[in-house]
Design a protein around this ligand. Structure first.
Ligand SMILES: O=C(O)[C@H](CS(=O)(=O)O)OP(=O)(O)O
Ligand code: MG
Length: 258
């Protein structure tokens, strides 16, 4: 059974208990977390608040912490890196623990802790995440981060892509939000897959990039001069990001596995 929650605040009380949550924040936290782990961060510690992130980083062995994140899209003073996937290069990440706080994504993660298993989903690690869940018998919950309490188009689109794939695999949809999200993805998927299969005409923008620019989140990232981040987030199944990102507990941290 696969359900979608278009915002963390729309998760019915107790619904995640005993299930698997896939936390989605396409622009940009979940994409950036996957990049950080793919490029050598040993773990990502999600924090809700800036001060907490600073404290956690200060408690890690000297030189091992990388402080990353943003508020309202803007890098945080004194942090090492912002929330752009492209900043998380092998050089920046290798051997470091990323301590991260973002406006929506890390908070959505912390709102999903009741689930037995918590994964991070993005377009870049879509196939790896689907593969991990193919034989899942527990309820799967696609938790969209949204943007400061508002539903966001790009998160709903990816939730729809997951929901559609699970329907193909004969899972049932568990709520209307899953139907809504699947319908959204169905409208665009033909264009997306045809580009994946046949490439682009000269000068043509990849369809997924076009779609991600439609929502307020995409427009905001463009406004900040970060169009490359939209392109990074719209890269479906990036080969070097083929990994499953799962939350481990005690201490709380996100880890990667193949
Ligand atoms: O950095 C981002 O893209 C957003 C910032 S904003 O609040 O949507 O402007 O944060 P995220 O937590 O990655 O959604
Ligand atoms: Mg977002």
């Amino acid at each position: 059974m696969v359900s979608v929650h278009l915002l963390p605040s729309l998760i019915p009380s107790g619904a995640l208990r005993g299930g698997v949550a896939v936390v989605i924040d396409v622009l940009r936290a979940s994409t950036t977390i996957v990049h950080a782990l793919a490029h050598g961060c040993t773990a990502v510690i999600p924090c809700g608040e800036i001060d907490e992130a600073r404290r956690v980083a200060a408690g890690l062995p000297r030189g091992s912490a990388l402080l990353g994140g943003e508020r309202h899209g803007v890098p945080i003073e004194g942090f090492d890196l912002g929330n752009s996937p492209g900043e998380y290069t092998a050089e920046a990440c290798r051997g470091r623990t990323l301590v991260m706080t973002t406006t929506n994504g890390t908070r959505a993660l912390l709102a999903s802790l009741e689930a037995e298993t918590v994964l991070v989903g993005s377009f870049v690690n879509f196939a790896a995440t689907v593969q991990r869940l193919i034989h899942e018998e527990r309820p799967v919950h696609l938790v969209c981060a949204g943007t400061e309490g508002a539903v966001s188009y790009e998160d709903a689109l990816l939730a729809g892509a997951f929901a559609g794939r699970f329907v193909d695999l004969e899972h049932e949809l568990g709520n209307d939000e899953a139907e809504i999200a699947r319908g959204l993805w169905e409208r665009v998927q033909e264009n997306v897959w045809s580009h994946e299969d046949h490439g682009l005409r000269p000068g043509e923008e990849p369809p997924l990039v076009r779609y991600l620019k439609r929502g307020a989140g995409g427009r905001r990232v463009i406004e900040l001069g970060l169009a490359d981040d939209v392109e990074a987030a719209a890269t479906l199944n990036r080969p070097d990001c083929h990994l499953v990102v799962e939350l481990a507990r005690d201490p709380l941290r996100l880890l990667a596995s193949d």
